[in-house]
Design a protein around this ligand. Structure first.
Ligand code: MRU
Length: 444
């Protein structure tokens, strides 16, 4: 490629934002003034001139290995280090919890993602109709998040079934499960979580109603907590593929809103930010529902990550400019041969990346891998209303009402275009028929 590497000017400016300078003074080789201590004290006194992010949380010294040493000043008497503000809990700078079950109020809440970034508002899901509508309308979205939400929905619905007759109870719960599952066909996590909840109900079929409901609640919480742990592990593996200063292109939203906490494809960026590592992210806006613009850039900006928003058709130029060293994308269903369904446009990104010699990594939990699905041709692709292309987000319609639209919500990226599939158990490399199978055989 050999192209000049230039950085967009506003990106450069943003880099400086969450950073601060620590003056660490040495005298005869001994540390006499800890810069972090000094800055923390100034912050407490309200005199520190720090970016707004710093005042929202605690400062944490990320350690020499994660900070950038600047040249020593004046004969080695003092050293200046570049540090970074980090938060004790990353959720403090990303968003409130996207899905939460309030046990005291006995209520299930989600953040309505269709209102973001303008409004961060929780809505309560009580009835099967509200739940199906919320999943279908993408109020809750992202493969792992719809699985987590469906698990809590199953618990709420189970509580609403009043009969003491077990076969009738199971039949009604199973009917509810089918209605939820039909809300969106592509992401495998939805059906997976519903099956897990049905299995739990069956396991406790001879217990009292109260015991069975407790077991269902615990299973939903376990699915949720398990996803948090998986996202964290995926983020660690993903980050191991990057180095300081790398540029990464991402498509759609695979962050905390789409999962549980860190996210999958976005998790490494949040982890990098926490550790004071500098990664430049290019977020595709992701037509037609703009998950990249509305959600990804929102989450990353708030977390202090260096994010630059681009239209989908600008991916080629940023790659050509040499600004992208890897592409990180999420997944809705990975087939046994590694073919991966993800948000529409992902396969185009992968084809472009191949042209420019940029590796594409798919990041997702093992719950998104469908070993019963042999290849991409067997993945059901959701088709959505053409109004999402013509009228949604616009003040005036952008096409004549009679114009036909084709609006597939996902496409399948051929396994040959994927450099690695990053799961909570590690990074699978081609051939995926072998490496994915090994994950489930527990040989990896
Ligand atoms: O239609 P959406 O917004 O639910 O699609 C989401 C995606 O395609 C994500 O990239 C995928 O679910 C991974 S989320 C961790």
């Amino acid at each position: 490629m050999g192209l000049a590497h230039t950085i967009p000017p506003d990106t450069q400016a943003h880099w400086k934002h969450p950073y601060f300078i620590i003056q660490t003074h040495f005298s005869q080789g001994r540390l006499v003034k800890d810069g972090v201590q000094a800055i923390t004290t100034e912050l407490e006194k309200g005199t520190a001139d720090l970016p707004p992010l710093a005042s929202a949380g605690k400062l944490r010294y990320t350690g020499r290995e994660n900070t950038k040493a600047l040249p020593r000043e004046t004969g080695g008497a003092a050293a200046v280090w570049k540090g970074r503000t980090t938060m004790p809990d990353i959720t403090a700078v990303t968003h409130a919890q996207n899905i939460r079950y309030d046990r005291k109020a006995e209520a299930l809440y989600i953040i309505d993602q269709t209102l973001l970034p303008g409004e961060e508002k929780e809505i309560r899901l009580q009835t099967i109709d509200e739940m199906v509508e919320a999943i279908r309308a993408l109020r809750v979205r992202g493969a792992p998040a719809i699985g987590i939400c469906a698990a809590y929905c199953m618990y709420v619905l189970a509580k609403s079934i009043r009969t003491e007759d077990r076969p009738t109870f199971l039949k009604r719960l199973s009917d509810y499960g089918q209605q939820l599952d039909a809300a969106r066909p592509t992401a495998v996590n939805l059906g997976w979580a519903i099956r897990e909840m049905m299995r739990t109900a069956l396991e406790h079929v001879h217990d009292t109603r109260g015991q069975m409901l407790d077991a269902l609640y615990e299973r939903a919480v376990a699915i949720h907590e398990d996803d948090i742990a998986k996202c964290r592990a995926i983020s660690e593996y993903g980050l191991s593929l990057l180095k300081e200063g790398d540029g990464v292109l991402t498509h759609c939203n695979a962050g905390p809103l789409a999962t549980s906490r860190y996210g999958t494809a976005q998790g490494p960026f949040l982890l990098a930010a926490e550790r004071g590592m500098h990664i430049r992210v290019f977020a595709d806006e992701t037509r037609p529902l703009l998950q990249g613009a509305r959600l990804t850039s929102y989450e990353l900006q708030r977390a202090g990550v260096d994010v630059t928003l681009i239209c989908d058709n600008m991916a080629s130029i940023v790659m050509k400019n040499g600004w992208v060293q890897a592409c990180f994308v999420g997944c809705d269903r990975v087939a046994a041969n590694g073919d991966t369904a993800n948000k529409i446009g992902t396969s185009g990104v992968a084809i472009l990346a191949k042209h420019y010699g940029i590796p594409v990594y798919v990041l997702g939990p093992t719950s998104t891998i469908d070993m019963a699905c042999p290849d991409g041709d067997h993945i059901p692709i959701e088709e959505r209303d053409g109004e999402e292309i013509k009228t949604m987000w616009y003040e005036k319609p952008m096409a004549l009402p009679e114009v036909k639209c084709y609006n597939p919500a996902f496409d399948v990226t051929d396994h040959e275009l994927i450099a690695g599939i990053v799961t909570e158990k590690g990074i699978c490399r081609p051939p995926y028929t072998k490496s994915l199978k090994a994950l489930f055989d527990d040989k990896k």
